[in-house]
Design a protein around this ligand. Structure first.
Ligand SMILES: [Zn+2]
Length: 473
């Protein structure tokens, strides 16, 4: 919307303050904050990165001007009702379809299940009788239909889910709901966000009816949503109460009903402070750090205690998938210095991608929301050596072995033939990893997850001699 000049002139730009919290959310779910994509298409707005303070103020200014412009139009409408003598016979409802981020969390525009985008203005002036001044009771947009039915003396159909707001309007009730539900879709998951007078509790349910992430904000302790407390043990009891309450209020939400309120720890909560989207980078960093400890003989052997294993009984949340070779000298947990529940490991001779391997990886990506898949080759790989040997001197082999060799062979064929044997083996180890990355990435379901930013696939080679893992970029 474009507001005429006179509405801009109602405000001085320097009177606006920027959003109180423009940074990230601690322990973010990775689902709620967006990059203000809609805004980026406008002239003068940078394609990426933060907006200058001047531009932020200009946008806020424009927003206020637009609101005042709309306000003036509403005034014209109400005045016309008076002129026509209809004012006393007309119920007037003012409602917005969504709220609007003005720089909070670095977001601009609509589309999030956070406070600024989910709350809408709602003013109701009944035709007859006096309305209560205001209420802070949570209500939903779907409550308008039965409200209007009741105000107009029309029978409320039994099939609808909303609740009449008339008791609130008349002041005969303080509250008609415990909380208001907002449903929002992002990255293949549906976010069910439940706002009570003090809290907002959100569950992200993925297409497999698993909870991909949770969010919990306490507006009394944290009015600007700076911290997601869903994994905070102090809030565990409250979280469960809200999860149950939300299901009672959201009986029409099919996907929500398919997931138990007491379902295991949210998948996205595997590692506090790590967002789901940048999680792949964080996971890779964690692997590299572990390998550095291993190489320098300073392994800490984390996550092996009895207490930790007991926690894992609730569910697993590995931060990386490693597809490695079966070779006994290449155990991923040891060379990355990780413990129980950290790595989802698949080991097969020559670290090749076949149907079963793919199924295991898809399980980790979709059900466990593991953000990183690392395909790990290693120097002196027997399976690769066997492939080179078989290629040079074909010999009788069991058909299963031949099938395995056939999977590695394309990697060998991409190398020049005139190099010596050892060099071909080491070259093939590397190209075999690259081929596996390409093959896995080309599988439709995996490709979709890559496109959605849910997973990253990288290759690496473990050097048996010095213990280092070299990531192939
Ligand atoms: Zn091997």
């Amino acid at each position: 919307m474009v507001a005429p000049k006179k509405y801009w002139e109602l405000y001085r730009r320097d009177q606006f303050s920027l959003a109180s919290h423009r940074g990230v959310i601690d322990y973010a779910s990775g689902f709620s904050v967006h990059e203000a994509g809609l805004l980026r298409g406008f002239e003068g707005v940078p394609q990426q990165g933060p907006l200058s303070e001047a531009l932020q103020r200009e946008i806020i200014h424009g927003y206020y001007a637009s609101v005042s412009y709309v306000d003036a139009q509403i005034g014209l409408l109400l005045a016309e009702l008076e002129t026509l003598g209809l004012a006393d016979k007309t119920t007037v409802v003012l409602l917005g379809d969504n709220g609007f981020h003005l720089g909070d969390h670095g977001m601009w525009g609509v589309n999030s299940p956070l406070e600024h985008a989910t709350r809408v203005p709602l003013i109701l002036r009944p035709a007859a009788g006096k309305a209560t001044a205001s209420t802070s009771s949570p209500v939903e947009s779907i409550d308008l239909f039965p409200t209007l039915c009741e105000l107009c003396g029309i029978e409320i159909p039994e099939t609808i889910s909303g609740r009449s707001l008339v008791p609130l309007i008349k002041g005969t009730a303080d509250q008609i709901r415990d909380g208001a539900l907002t449903v929002f879709k992002n990255r293949g998951s549906i976010g069910y966000s439940y706002r009570t007078d003090q809290y907002r509790y959100t569950e992200w349910v993925n297409q497999y009816n698993r909870i991909a992430a949770r969010e919990l904000y306490d507006y009394q302790a944290d009015p600007h949503e700076t911290q997601n407390r869903s994994a905070d043990p102090m809030y565990a009891e409250l979280r469960l109460r809200l999860a149950k309450q939300m299901r009672v209020d959201g009986t029409d939400c099919q996907r929500l009903r398919a997931v138990s309120a007491v379902s295991d720890v949210a998948l996205g909560m595997r590692s506090p402070g790590v967002e789901t989207l940048p999680a792949a980078a964080a996971a890779l960093k964690r692997l590299k750090e572990g390998n550095t400890r291993f190489v320098s003989g300073k392994s800490i052997h984390p996550h092996e205690t009895r207490n930790w294993r007991a926690q894992l009984e609730q569910g697993q949340h590995p931060f990386a998938v490693v597809l490695g070779c079966s070779d006994s000298r290449v155990p991923p947990e040891l060379l990355f210095d990780q413990g129980f529940g950290d790595l989802f490991v698949i080991r097969v001779a020559g670290n090749v991608v076949d149907t079963d391997v793919t199924a295991s990886i898809e399980y980790a990506v979709h059900y466990l929301q593991t953000p990183l898949v690392l395909i790990l080759g290693h120097t002196g790989c027997g399976a690769v050596k066997a492939t080179v040997d078989h290629f040079d001197n074909p010999s009788e082999q069991p058909k299963e072995v031949v099938a395995l060799i056939k999977r590695i062979e394309p990697a060998l064929k991409s190398l020049p033939e005139d190099t010596e044997h050892a060099e071909r083996v080491s070259g093939c180890v590397r190209t075999n990893v690259i081929h596996a990355v390409q093959k896995l990435s080309s599988i439709a379901d995996v490709r979709q997850s890559i496109g959605a930013g849910q997973v990253r696939i990288v290759g690496a080679v473990y050097d048996m001699h010095n213990g280092t893992v070299d990531v192939i970029d």
